[in-house]
Structure formats: structure tokens, C-alpha cells
Design a protein around this ligand. Structure first.
Ligand SMILES: C[S@@+](CC[C@H](N)C(=O)[O-])C[C@H]1O[C@@H](n2cnc3c(N)ncnc32)[C@H](O)[C@@H]1O
Length: 338
């Protein structure tokens, strides 16, 4: 079918080792155009833009979930990481089982692989909670004639989904914002990690949040990763890190509490820096990473401005808290006004 070949041609840009922003931009526009056309459903309206609030955070409205495709480096790095993981884990006689939690309307992070592999090589469990997103994805699957593939598309809440006996080889979810605020990545990974222990590979492999410092005097549009300095890691979402929390809390979801961390920044450290920030970094898979300012997911968040004449040690207390608005909570303790 011509349209599948077209999607393969367009998405091949994400796998090019040489990063060309203009080509990537064009690919993302073209892909979105095709997917919008074949879905035939409107998402840029009140319903499509409405986020859905849950106990553990929000699920993005369909229009916004579709927009994630345009976060170019995010999409590129995820696709490249997933590509590597599939190539490493693929088996000879049984299909590799991929669970994708939070597909959005386009199943952006898995569609290129559905079209590149046979049903004997890969099988999929796709979870999505937003009814409009799932309706659109259902139409795309049917219009592309993907029913012949081994795809289970389920309207399920991934924070509660029970995996059962068919343990996935790879579990993918991108349900996050910078500093893991507002969306449900932590609850989703916690639920899935506590069921599979160490047998499945999670993508992203690791999400880290640091307390950092931003250099003085660099205009916003010129800020690069080297203008930030990481002071201390204050949160990690990975199988290993969640494994430790699960042990402490005896597998009880309600008790999932993360440690309160204190970061002490001596006054000498602040010289040449004018902001204390939260830095997010994502290791998608092995060397496929999303670093500071590569994506909206890794844009630093300012905690506090620090004046040049600041003369005291600054203490930042932080704790990641789950709620209907999950976030990294922080509090500044300093003997004198900053
Ligand atoms: C940030 S969007 C990403 C969309 C797509 N995966 C991508 O990467 O382009 C997250 C998606 O996850 C869905 N989602 C959020 N929480 C969910 C949950 N608890 N269970 C299932 N899906 C969820 C949202 O509805 C949204 O479609």
C-alpha cells in the first residue's frame, strides 16, 4: 500500500545518524499531515483540546498529544532508542512483545516499527485512556490495514492496568513534562514496574531530575547545556530506583513516598550563576538521550533567582509527590533573603 511506503520514507529521517533539523522538521510536518488526513477526525476543537484529570495527574487532550510529534528531538531520540532496543531484543521464533502506555492518537513512537516489522517479529499491546485519541488511533489502524498485525488496542488506565501472564519484553511510555510535573509517568511506570520486576526493558530507561545553576548573563535564546551546572541529583525514575522505593513501601501503592532531599549550595558556588533551577535529563535507551533544552521535556525550570550580592549558603529541600498534580516540590531555606 502506497501510504505505508510513504510513512516509511518519511520516518526514515528519524533514524539518520546525521541530525538535520530542517529535514526532521519537514518529516514531522509531512507525517502529521498524512496521519490527520487518514484519521479524518477533527481534534483541534474544544473536545480535542480538553485534558482529562485523574487521581494521579492529567492525560493530555488529543490535540496536545498529537502535537508531541513536533517536539523534534524528543521524537527522534525515542524512535532511535526504541529502534536499538528492538534490534537488540528481537527473537528468532517468538514475536517480541511491546507494551506502549499512552499512545496518543497516532501511536507516534511505535507506528514506524509496526510498518517495518512483520507480525511474526513484533506484537503490541497499546494502552490509551483518552476516548477520542483511541478512536482516532483505531481509525488509523484500520485505514492503514494494520488489523493483520498482532495489535491489541485497549482503552485502559495504565496506572491500574494488570499485565497478566503475557509479560512484555519492552514497555514504552512518554507521559511526562519537564521535572515530571502534572502527567502520570511516575504512577504508570510504578504500576507496570511493580508487576514485571526486572524482566522487561523500560523506555525511557532513566529519567533524572537535578538541582542546578544557570549561568549569569546569557540571553535566553542563546542558552545551551553548557550554561547549566548540575549540583545534585534529587530524583530518578528507573527500574532500579523504583525497585528501592517499592521495597521500602511493601508494594503498597498508597504508600509510595519518595525521600525528601536536601541540597546545600555554598555561597562560593553561586558566583557567576543567577538562578537555581530544576534540570531534567532522559536516557531513552543506552546512548540515545534527551539532554538539557533538547526538548520541552528537558527545559530547565527556575526555582529562584539569586542576586549577585548573595552572601549565604542556600539550602533547597525537595521531594517528589504524587497527587492529582504530581510534582517535584521544593522549598528554599536560607538564613538571609536571597
Ligand atoms: C504526552 S502524550 C504522548 C503521545 C505519544 N505517545 C507520543 O509520544 O507522541 C501522552 C499520552 O498518554 C495518554 N495517557 C496519559 N495518562 C494515561 C494513563 N494513565 N493511561 C493510559 N494513557 C494515558 C494521554 O492521553 C496521551 O495520549
Amino acid at each position: 500500500m502506497f501510504i505505508k511506503q510513504e510513512i516509511n520514507r518519511i520516518t526514515s529521517e528519524y533514524f539518520e545518524d546525521n541530525l538535520d533539523y530542517q529535514k526532521l522538521y519537514a518529516a514531522s510536518k509531512e507525517l502529521k499531515y498524512i496521519l490527520n488526513e487518514i484519521s479524518g477526525l477533527e481534534m483541534d476543537d474544544e473536545d480535542g483540546r480538553a485534558d482529562i484529570q485523574f487521581h494521579d495527574g492529567k492525560a493530555l487532550g488529543t490535540f496536545w498529544a498529537a502535537q508531541c510529534l513536533d517536539d523534534l528531538i524528543r521524537t527522534r531520540q525515542f524512535l532511535r532508542g526504541i529502534d536499538k532496543a528492538i534490534k537488540e531484543k528481537i527473537k528468532k521464533n517468538v514475536p517480541l512483545h511491546i507494551l506502549y502506555a499512552g499512545t496518543g492518537p497516532f501511536a507516534t513512537l511505535i507506528l514506524p516499527f509496526i510498518l517495518r516489522y512483520s507480525k511474526h517479529e513484533l506484537k503490541y499491546t497499546l494502552l490509551e485512556i483518552n476516548p477520542l485519541s483511541i478512536k482516532i488511533l483505531g481509525r488509523i489502524i484500520s485505514k492503514l490495514g494494520l488489523e493483520e498485525y498482532n495489535i491489541k488496542l485497549l482503552k485502559e488506565d495504565a496506572t491500574k492496568y494488570q499485565i497478566g501472564n503475557e509479560i512484555p519484553d519492552i514497555i514504552i511510555s512518554e507521559t511526562m513534562q519537564n521535572a515530571l510535573a502534572k502527567e502520570q509517568q511516575v504512577s504508570i511506570f510504578h504500576n507496570l514496574m511493580s508487576q514485571v520486576k526486572f524482566s522487561s526493558l523500560f523506555i525511557p530507561e532513566k529519567i533524572e531530575i537535578f538541582i542546578g545553576l544557570r549561568m549569569t548573563g546569557i540571553p535566553i535564546e542563546e542558552l545551551q547545556k553548557e550554561h547549566y551546572h548540575k549540583e545534585k541529583k534529587i530524583f530518578e525514575l528507573s527500574k532500579e530506583a523504583i525497585g528501592k522505593v517499592i521495597k521500602i513501601t511493601h508494594f503498597s501503592r498508597e504508600e509510595l513516598t519518595f525521600p525528601r532531599i536536601q541540597t546545600v549550595i555554598e555561597k562560593e558556588r553561586v558566583n557567576g550563576f543567577n538562578q537555581i533551577v530544576l534540570i531534567t535529563e532522559i536516557q531513552v535507551y543506552k546512548d540515545e538521550k534527551i539532554q538539557i533544552n533538547d526538548s520541552g521535556l528537558t527545559t530547565p525550570i527556575t526555582i529562584i533567582n539569586v542576586s549577585d550580592c548573595h552572601k549565604d549558603t542556600i539550602i533547597v529541600n525537595t521531594q517528589y509527590k504524587l497527587s492529582n498534580e504530581p510534582k517535584l516540590e521544593f522549598e528554599i531555606a536560607s538564613p538571609n533573603p536571597i
